[in-house]
Design a protein around this ligand. Sequence first.
Ligand code: HEM
Length: 473
Amino acid sequence: MPQLFGFDKVEIRGPKPLPIIGTMLSLYKLLDDPVQVMTELRPHGEVVALIDQSPAMVFVFGAERNREILSQPALFKHDEDLIKAPPGSAMDTMRRYGMVNINGDLHKRERRLMQPAFQKSALDGYATDIIATTRTMLEGWKLGEVSMVDDLCREVTLAMAMKCFYGLDIGEEAHSLGHLAAEWGKTLVAPTTILLPLNIPGLGYWKSLKFGEEVVAYLRSIIQKKRHLEADQRDVMWMIMNARDDQGELFTEDELIVQAAALFFAGHETTAITLAWTLMLLERHPAIHTALMDEIETALGDREPKPDDVMQMDLLDRVIKESMRILPAVPFLFMRVCAEDTSVGGYAMPKNSNIMISPLAAHHDATRYPEPKRFLPDRWLNTTPSPYEYMPFGVGSRACIGMLFAERALRLMLPMILQRFRFSMPAGTRIDRLTRGNILHPRHGLPMRLDPASSPAQPPAPIIGDIQELLEY
Ligand code: HEM
């Protein structure tokens, strides 16, 4: 069998890295700009090593390799040591119970307990809150000004998340919890925190431990308050607080807190960024924007959408699908780790090798998606990719548990925004990408001018920046 170590067949791009320092540099490059690393490695085959020393770091590409890894979750596990945490700390609790850090029976139990809150039958209960929070937040968006549209989308989804996930109205408490959790998320995934997990005051790792304690204290108090509420609530936390596993057991308090934090990390930023990228893509493509506005006008006129309406708006569906193909909020899945010596695509893969899978690479595969860099919603009229070729929400037993929720929220929020505003990017705007954690952001934000939806369409002004390596128009 060809060996990964020694590069019998697997090639690493560029000069062979220097021992130790080369590995650190490769890791730093990966943390700093994984899209660049992926783009450089892709031409070298389906199984390509970025780091060849144990533990190896390998990218796999193509539907067959994606299937090989993602259909065997017991062999290619989530990394249980992803988070380094002092025992007893909030981060340690995350490490022990966080859904993305666990495997096997514990993962199955947590998923089973969470599932009822994300079933189709639960979704209608959230729709009213999604619509109401979006309406309230959009009232604060300012016409005639250039605003960072990614920040605006973040604020809307924050209000939506606080209400739908925890039952909190957006007020001071929800605002500070949201911002604290967002800061925790940011420090947690900063390259310096990951490369230097040192508990020294001022360093990123120290800050993320501190934010973690504060968020956990907040969530603990919310859960305690909710326990004293008499009436049935319809938020996600309420449902998972009352869910029972096969043995009739409830989540423990620590498990509940971790799920509460995970909901925020996994559900807030991903939804906000998908919304923001979609608004940018529509601004870049006025003809598609006009066609979508016609569909919204025909289906809704001036009224707000209802869940039944949006499920029948076919162009809306194709626009969101295509946006998540071309700029997926999650361009890389969580790293998988080989549980034992094994092989991938015929290459020996030693135990503990780390494997990267990229929805972005899958979505830009020209054999499946001709002209992959072009935003062509109508390609979905005759494209039916396999789950390993289109995976904005992942695949299989580790796929996104909030997928139906997110799909519903996006399809309600986007028409509500477009009914009120038209967006335009100032000429010369720089849009660079930034992948932090596994989320694809605009590095310097998405500045756009907001005008009334009824204002005339303008041709999009030229912009600059490396996002254009992923887009063509
Ligand atoms: C547009 C929005 C969203 C996108 C693009 C997205 C994407 C993803 C992806 C790609 C994964 C799989 C990661 C992997 O296999 O490594 C995932 C997992 C997950 N997502 Fe989402 N997500 C979104 C919204 C949400 C929402 C709204 C929630 C909850 C309210 C949520 C909760 C989760 C959880 C808990 C997991 C871990 C599942 C597990 O490991 O079993 N996500 N998401």
